[in-house]
Ligand binder design. Structure first.
Ligand code: SF4
Length: 250
């Protein structure tokens, strides 16, 4: 459903206020009951596993999708099937286009993302952003596992906001959750999680771009650790101006 952007922004703002006082299942149920398709994209990280569990346990009509970038940890890939089985849901896999990967490799080298921010953003573009656009095609609501306390970049994350670039409403039902609350939910509901979390990886992305963190480091310090903090996002959740600066490989 396409809405004029002003109306969509007002609707998102009203939804943000409604979601604030609700529990996680109530937040998801409210969004699932609205007019328009809702898509949740999971990276299989611990926050996303909580949302998947809440969707599966309540049997909500929300499409669950994941971006199989081709560079994920084996533990992450294995968790997709385990999660489907545990909650009786189907997780749709979206893959990068082989031609895009070939073009990236020809221009930057397969692991060129270590060499420059441009090359890193280009890799995230072909392996994540292009498949994400496919996953969100036709969606009115995009549900994510963003939390305010994950990093300074995410400190102002609302419960709902209008994503003008994608013309949809982004819903962040865990925006106000702490990591302790996430861990408690996992325990209570026996949610399967990536074994890497217990090996020092609070935030898990592609294998070449994720390392374990040291005690006292911020949760996302192990993601693209060789870059400056302000650039350390993959383009999925950056503002419009920054996202539009992400180059497309030839
Ligand atoms: Fe490429 Fe690393 Fe981005 Fe994954 S996280 S898409 S490997 S640059």
């Amino acid at each position: 459903m396409v809405m004029p952007s002003t109306r969509a922004a007002e609707f998102a703002s009203s939804l943000d206020r409604q979601l604030a006082s609700l529990s996680l299942p109530e937040r998801l149920r409210l969004v699932a009951g609205l007019d328009g398709r809702a898509v949740f994209t999971t990276s299989l990280g611990i926050e996303d596993q909580v949302i998947t569990a809440a969707i599966g346990l309540a049997g909500l009509p929300i499409d669950v999708s994941t971006l199989e970038t081709g560079r994920l940890f084996k533990e992450t890939v294995d968790l997709i099937a385990e999660t489907e089985e545990r909650f009786g849901i189907a997780i749709t896999r979206f893959h990068p286009k082989p031609d895009d990967i070939d073009a990236y490799a020809a221009k930057y080298g397969l692991n060129g993302f270590y060499e420059s921010v441009e090359a890193r953003h280009a890799c995230c573009h072909v392996r994540k952003l292009v498949p994400l656009a496919e996953a969100l095609d036709g969606a009115r609501f995009w549900i994510t596992g963003l939390r305010r306390s994950q990093s300074g970049n995410r400190a102002a994350t609302p419960f709902a906001e209008y994503d003008a670039e994608r013309d949809l409403i982004k819903v962040n039902p865990l925006a106000d959750w702490s990591l302790d609350e996430i861990n408690a939910y996992v325990e209570v509901e026996s949610v399967p999680i990536n074994p890497l979390h217990r090996r020092g990886y609070p935030s898990i992305g592609c294998e070449p771009c994720t390392r374990a963190i040291k005690p006292g480091e911020p949760e996302r310090a192990g993601r693209w650790w060789w870059e400056n903090d302000e650039k350390r996002e993959c383009g999925l959740h950056v503002p419009e101006a920054a996202a539009s600066a992400i180059p497309t490989p030839a």
